[in-house]
Each structure stands twice: as structure tokens, then as C-alpha cells.
Write a protein that binds this ligand. Structure first.
Ligand code: 5GP
Length: 125
């Protein structure tokens, strides 16, 4: 299926939560946002920034994506408040158990369309 802006928002946008997530944040949010159905998604990043801020990255520095050879990625010129969710090695489906790590990093996202909108989270750096 083609990556969509709706999927990007569901998987990555959380502008209304405070930047410093509680330790249980990822366990709750990964489930709530549908990333623990069928299997536990291994790594996922949530962005605590407005949609305007994230969408604007599509007009910032273009680069080759880190996780594919495509050239439609863009790196944020500023750091963003993010929460990194990472599946614990001891986690056993269907009990998807994550570590929650808050940070401020630059992000790299893929954008598509006209006007360009975010469709894929590539990496944080
Ligand atoms: P690892 O640290 O396990 O070697 O790789 C994890 C990779 O996943 C990193 O490059 C990290 O930037 C990336 N990553 C972080 N969050 C997400 C996400 O939400 N989706 C995808 N596809 N990759 C992510």
C-alpha cells in the first residue's frame, strides 16, 4: 500500500502531549495508534510538534533517505521534541512492551505530492 499522510499522522503525530512522556507512554500509544496489531512494530517515533512545523520540513533540506535509496527525504533544520519507542527484547506478542525515550533531535522524513506532505518517517539524527 502506498504510504499516506493519514498513516503518517496516525503513526507519528502527537502534538498535544507534553514533550516529556511518561515511561508508560509508548506501551499505551503504540496500542492506541494501531501499531501492535498482528505483530509489535519494533521502532516508532512520535513527534510533539504542530502539524505546521512538521509539514514545513518538506520544504527544508532535501536528501537521500537513510532507509531507502529514494531522494524524496528532507531533514529538519531545527531539532524537534520527539519520543522514541523501541520494543524490549523480552517483549512477547501480543504483550508489546516498549521503552520510552524522550529527546530533541533533527528528523528525516519522506514527502510526496503537490503540495508536498509527509508520508514516511525515515530517521532521527
Ligand atoms: P536501530 O537503531 O534499531 O539500528 O534502527 C532503528 C532505525 O529506525 C533508526 O535509524 C531510527 O532512526 C529509525 N526509526 C526511528 N523511528 C522510526 C519510525 O517511526 N519509523 C521508521 N521506519 N524508522 C524509525
Amino acid at each position: 500500500r502506498k504510504p499516506s499522510v493519514q498513516d503518517f499522522k496516525r503513526q507519528h503525530m502527537d502534538p498535544d502531549s507534553p514533550p516529556n512522556s511518561r515511561p508508560t507512554y509508548c506501551n499505551q500509544m503504540m496500542k492506541r495508534r494501531g501499531m501492535t496489531k498482528g505483530s509489535c512494530k519494533r521502532v516508532n517515533t512520535f513527534l510533539h510538534e504542530s502539524w505546521a512545523t512538521v509539514k514545513a520540513i518538506c520544504s527544508q533540506r532535501q536528501m537521500t533517505c537513510k532507509t531507502s535509496s529514494r531522494n524524496n527525504c528532507h531533514k529538519s533544520s531545527s531539532t524537534l521534541h520527539i519520543t522514541d519507542c523501541r520494543l524490549k527484547g523480552s517483549s512477547k506478542y501480543p504483550n508489546c512492551d516498549y521503552t520510552t525515550t524522550n529527546s530533541q533531535k533533527h528528523i528525516i522524513i519522506a514527502c510526496e505530492g503537490n503540495p508536498l506532505v509527509p508520508v514516511h518517517f525515515d530517521a532521527s539524527v
